[in-house]
Write a protein of this length. Structure first.
Length: 181
């Protein structure tokens, strides 16, 4: 197997992939150890992103002030800012809203995925897409049934699972780069 110069440069950095993976894995374990704190961290992260979006949209509004869309961008930015402030002021309310949004999104996504999989019906593997849609729908339904009680831990568990899988995949990638496979 011939690696391009950029490929060999990446391969030489396999240790960084493993180190990143270990760090992400440790963060995932920390998140699993305190799901409530991980939920709050997730919500505050969303709040920060909303505040950044608010600033960008408000600045954009003033960049196009002569355009008829000025008020749209300004109001949109102000609404983002208000949502960000509410997130910092009352993270539990924001967690409840985000948990409900996650549940509804999973339900809708699952229905769409399962429904659209029937268009692939004669093709091999269409059943896997159907199964994926059903599992996504059921996860959303379980989240919705558990709402608002699951607000305290659900976003934290999503963060913990994501960090853990990211860590494992980075470690696996680094080790594969080391072995050359």
């Amino acid at each position: 197997m011939h690696l391009s110069p950029s490929g060999s440069q990446v391969r030489a950095k396999w240790g960084w992939f493993v180190a990143l993976g270990v760090l992400l894995l440790l963060l995932g374990f920390v998140a699993f150890a305190n799901l409530f704190a991980a939920t709050i961290v997730s919500v505050l992260y969303v709040g920060i992103v909303m505040m950044i979006g608010a600033v960008i949209e408000i600045v954009h509004a003033f960049q196009v002030e002569r355009w008829s869309g000025f008020f749209f961008w300004l109001i949109s930015g102000l609404l983002y800012a208000a949502a960000g402030v509410i997130t910092f002021y009352n993270p539990l309310l924001a967690a409840a809203a985000l948990t409900l949004l996650l549940a509804v999104s999973l339900i809708v996504s699952g229905v769409i995925r399962a429904g659209s999989s029937f268009q692939l019906r004669p093709q091999p593997g269409w059943g896997w897409i159907t199964a994926s849609g059903v599992v996504t729908f059921l996860a959303g339904l379980v989240f919705l049934i558990g709402w608002p009680v699951n607000t305290l831990w659900l976003l934290g568990i999503v963060l913990a699972v994501d960090l853990t899988f990211q860590g494992v995949s980075a470690i696996a990638c680094g080790l594969a780069l080391r072995s050359g496979s």
